[in-house]
Design a protein around this ligand. Structure first.
Ligand code: NFE
Ligand code: MG
Length: 573
């Protein structure tokens, strides 16, 4: 006998995600189903628009990865039209992308994922002297006195005494799956609050280089923000120093707060190795030290690991019509008016809402048929996991020094074999480890930018191919990148200066995808199978595993219904 458990909506994510699982009598998950339940989005409304404007529309796919869709979009147009951007523009774009990574990863760890591991109410029982001792043994971060932690404890006590838990409401406090001693819970709660302050600083990099956050400005051909160290009408020396300072603070926060916390918390949970999933990993690669089209210069390397075979990293080509395809057999779409059976490469892709069968609302998902607004992207017809774990493992399998050093060192600290990385906690650890790398690269890129400027090169934009009269009649391009949640691609077809077709295949679409034409499950679904739930009424383990991917359903479902039919009804409360 199995019982169906429904978690809807999954909170502390972006967008609308529903998870259904079948558990057996002993509480072990036998089957899992992942569904994006709200339609929104963008792919259709950019049709016929000027390709130079598309970034501004598609950037609105998401307000969490606040810049990634803009960057993927301008890269797709620049690829189609063979536009080379100035070196400074490339550096600024990478610094801005690095800022998104660090912002996302820190916010995810402390504000979205932490409460799957940390019991806030237990922090009230902590001895602040002991918390202080632990904090000082972990790092040199200055806020670590007993008085500081006592104040935090009183703050939390006040919230609890008020009877309104606010940001701490509805947690599974007291759940048996929580393992941290009260003192470590208090440390983590203190850093939860500090990280709230920190995250508003790092986004200033976007406000300086892109004018605002979220949704900073980009431009096809470079960056929209001019640099002139001596002018108040451009990014001048003082602003550049401000960015530089924020980068130093970011490096410090990652190395002295985030990573020590991650490893301290991880050490209490290292035996909980559920949540692994597919064992297939996909990376497009990014953060080139040279031209963005030179894949060999990527600091996040490109490649696929299939069936956990670390001895071979397979080549990936987003332009190959046989590699990346999206299937819709279990998605509320049609292809050429049909229900599925074929996959479409994004250049031939179709976003059609003509499916007339049952859609939300529903009691439980009709999982034999269609059950999600997400399509099912596949690489050579294999389901893939994408994101921090994929990036760290592909770098490791390719024996890149930076990756091998970090992973081996961490495995030693946790007394883990490599296989243990294939877990929810491993995914969370990988996200922290890549933050160390990204923070370092951000510093290096800023130093390179400052050196260029010192040498008199302030150019950030090249208008050689700005005018559509210089473009070919027809062109196709792909903008690929690594976004915080994984491999992101935008495919554009341009004709007569207009956008003819546009498709985005997004990290969360890979990870949260439903079953495909062969019945193969997606990464979330695979990661949940086999996990025991301690309390079916409070399925903390489901949240722990699904959150380890940092879901963004806003990104994953990014189309629009032009007929404005009601497709879903959401009741809050
Ligand atoms: Ni809406 Fe996104 C990232 C992109 S999602 S957050 O990272 O691209 O899957
Ligand atoms: Mg799409």
């Amino acid at each position: 006998m199995t019982e169906r458990i429904v978690v809807d909506p999954v909170t502390r994510i972006e967008g609308h995600l529903r998870i259904e699982v079948d558990v057996d009598d002993s509480g072990v998950i036998q089957e899992a189903f992942s569904s994006g339940t709200a339609v929104r989005g963008i792919e259709l409304i950019v049709r016929d628009r000027d390709p130079r404007d598309v970034w501004a529309y598609v950037q609105r796919i998401c307000g969490v990865c606040t810049t990634t869709h803009a960057l993927a979009s301008i890269r797709s147009v620049e690829d189609a039209l063979d536009i080379k951007i100035p070196r400074n523009a490339h550096l600024i774009r990478d610094i801005m992308n690095a800022a998104v990574f660090l912002h996302d990863h820190v916010v995810h760890f402390y504000h979205l994922h932490a409460f799957d591991w940390i019991d806030v109410l237990s922090a009230l029982k902590a001895d602040p002297n002991e918390t202080s001792r632990i904090a000082q043994s972990l790092s040199s971060w200055p806020k670590s006195s007993p008085g500081y932690f006592k104040d935090i404890q009183m703050k939390v006590q006040k919230v609890v005494d008020s009877g309104q838990l606010g940001i701490f409401a509805n947690g599974y406090w007291g759940h048996k799956a929580y393992k941290l001693p009260p003192e470590v819970n208090l440390l983590a709660v203190a850093h939860y609050l500090e990280a709230l302050d920190w995250q508003k600083e790092i986004v200033k990099i976007h406000t300086i280089f892109g004018g605002k956050n979220p949704h900073p400005h980009y431009v096809v051909g470079g960056m929209a923000t001019p640099i002139d160290v001596n002018s108040d009408n451009a990014i001048h020396a003082e602003r550049l120093m401000h960015v530089s300072q924020i980068i130093d603070q970011a490096v410090e926060f990652v190395n002295n707060v985030y990573i020590p916390d991650l490893l301290a918390i991880g050490s209490f949970y290292k035996d909980w190795t559920y949540g692994g999933g597919l064992n297939n990993y996909l990376c497009y690669g990014d953060f080139s030290t040279g031209d963005i089209r030179d894949v060999h210069l990527y600091r996040f390397p490109r490649g696929v690991i299939l069936n956990g075979n670390f001895n071979e990293v397979l080549d990936v080509d987003p332009k190959d019509p046989e590699q990346v395809k999206e299937f819709i057999d279990h998605s509320w779409y049609t292809y050429d008016g049909k229900e599925g059976g074929v996959g479409k490469h994004p250049w031939e892709g179709e976003t059609s809402l003509r499916y007339t069968g049952p859609k939300p609302p529903f009691k439980t998902l009709n999982t034999d048929e269609k059950y999600s607004w997400l399509k099912s992207p596949r690489w050579k017809e294999h389901p893939m996991e994408t994101g921090p774990l994929a990036r760290m493992l592909v770098g490791y399998a390719l024996k890149k020094d930076e990756f091998v050093g970090l992973i081996d060192d961490t495995l030693k600290k946790l007394n883990w074999p490599l296989e243990a990385m294939r877990s929810a906690l491993g995914r969370t650890v990988a996200r922290g480890l890549e933050s160390i790398l990204v923070a370092k690269w951000m510093r290096d890129d800023m130093d390179a930018l400052l050196a260029n400027i010192r040498n008199g090169n302030q150019i950030t934009f090249d208008r050689t191919k700005w005018e559509p009269s210089t473009w070919p009649k027809k062109a196709k391009g792909v903008g690929w990148m690594e976004a915080p949640r994984g491999a992101l691609g935008h495919w554009i077809e341009i004709e007569d200066g207009k956008t003819k077709n546009y498709q985005a295949v997004v990290p969360t679409t890979w990870n949260a995808s439903p079953r495909d034409h062969k019945g193969q499950i997606g990464a979330y679904e695979a990661s949940l199978k086999g996990t025991p739930l301690l309390d079916k009424e409070k399925p903390l383990e489901i949240l722990r595993i699904v959150h380890s991917f940092d879901p963004c359903l806003a990104c994953a479902v990014h189309l629009t219904d032009l007929e404005s039919k009601q497709t879903t009804h959401i009741r809050i409360g």
